[in-house]
Design a protein. Structure first.
Length: 345
């Protein structure tokens, strides 16, 4: 195997990514070296670059799938070269009480893969090192690209679980990006009544209909998605999932929520925002924020994909090689018809 590899690295805040040569990393104790087969571009990657949250030289990319090419010390009993792998994109110590209990989110030494730490470089590269304790074998019925979509689908699953959707309840999803589409899919999976998605992009609206929505609301023409929801269904949404993350949308959700309604915020707004608590109080609303997911959510999403019960690969709209990644990344700053852009190293 070559000692060098192609990778795409971050420069300064707001600057374009660049293709560069790097050293193929070596797996340490409890780690796996993967030949990356697919990696999705996540909206948080854009935030990290635009806001300078990661240091120059960072290799982004945490929505990955890959083939094991080398097994680090201690992993020989469970892993072998050729295994097809995806997993929770976090480098953990693997030894603390949280890790031993499977609660990897609580590991005090956890580092997000591809989010700035030089010890946890991501999968915008030909090879990546991952922790074996959070890795999961890909079923034969799941493609490389589908496996790389499990990460955002796990975010949507966790959000829907935390919302506590009960069978027959009505759901309005604001935004048909990857997380919004995942939330719509899991809402349908969980037995929701009417599932509607509000979105501006005509292409993403079509995807929403393919991925669990009963109907879509054109946010470019509808000023009040709550009223549009009522016209379509004859009722109000029991749950509103905000999956865009733009300033003003939480307040908009408060305004259109019915009395006693619930709002779940999964969209990552990176700017200051303003809400009117009095309006939420007068409606007796429940407002909750969620982030990430648990390892068991990841495993469940992968299992359901393997059984064909959910189809995360439907959200893939574009594919690029590493050489084309910088241009595709720049294009996502002013998106048109893209939804999930998949990198094929």
């Amino acid at each position: 195997m070559s000692k060098t590899m192609k990778q795409v690295i971050m420069q300064g805040p707001g600057e374009a990514l660049v293709v560069a040569e790097g050293q193929v990393p070596a797996p340490g104790k409890g780690q796996l070296l993967l030949r990356v087969r697919a990696c999705g571009i996540c909206g948080s990657d854009l935030h990290w670059v635009q806001l300078g949250l990661a240091r120059p030289g960072t290799v982004l990319g945490h929505e990955f799938s890959g083939e094991v090419v080398e097994v680090g010390e201690g992993g020989e009993a469970d892993w072998k070269p050729g295994d097809r792998v995806t997993g929770y994109p976090v480098m953990t110590c693997g030894e603390c009480p949280a890790c031993m209990a499977g609660d990897v989110k609580a590991c005090p030494k956890a580092k997000g893969l591809g989010l700035g730490s030089r010890k946890a470089q991501g999968a915008y590269a030909e090879y990546v090192v991952v922790n074996a304790n959070v890795s999961v074998k890909i079923p034969d019925t799941v493609s490389w690209e589908e496996a790389a979509c499990i990460e955002p689908f796990s975010v949507g699953l966790y959000a829907v679980k935390q919302a506590g959707i009960r069978p027959g309840q009505n759901v309005l999803v604001v935004g048909a990006g990857p997380i919004g589409l995942a939330a719509a899919s899991w809402s349908r999976f969980s037995g929701a009544g009417s599932v509607l998605v509000s979105e501006r992009s005509a292409h993403r609206m079509k995807l929403a209909l393919q991925m669990g929505a009963d109907a879509v609301i054109d946010a470019a023409t509808e000023q009040d998605a709550g009223e549009a929801f009522f016209r379509e269904t004859g009722t109000r949404p029991d749950l509103i999932i905000e999956a865009v993350g733009a300033p003003g949308l939480i307040q908009h959700c408060i305004e259109m929520a019915p009395k006693g309604g619930r709002i779940l915020v999964v969209g990552a707004c990176m700017e200051k925002d303003v809400i009117l608590p009095g309006m939420a109080i007068s409606k007796d609303l429940e407002l909750r924020f969620v982030v990430g997911y648990e390892l068991r959510d990841f495993k469940f999403a992968l299992e359901m994909t393997g059984q064909g019960r959910i189809k995360p690969g439907t959200m893939i709209t574009h594919r690029v090689f590493l050489d084309g990644l910088p241009a595709a990344f720049e294009a996502l700053k002013t998106p048109a018809d893209q939804c999930k852009v998949m990198i094929l190293p």
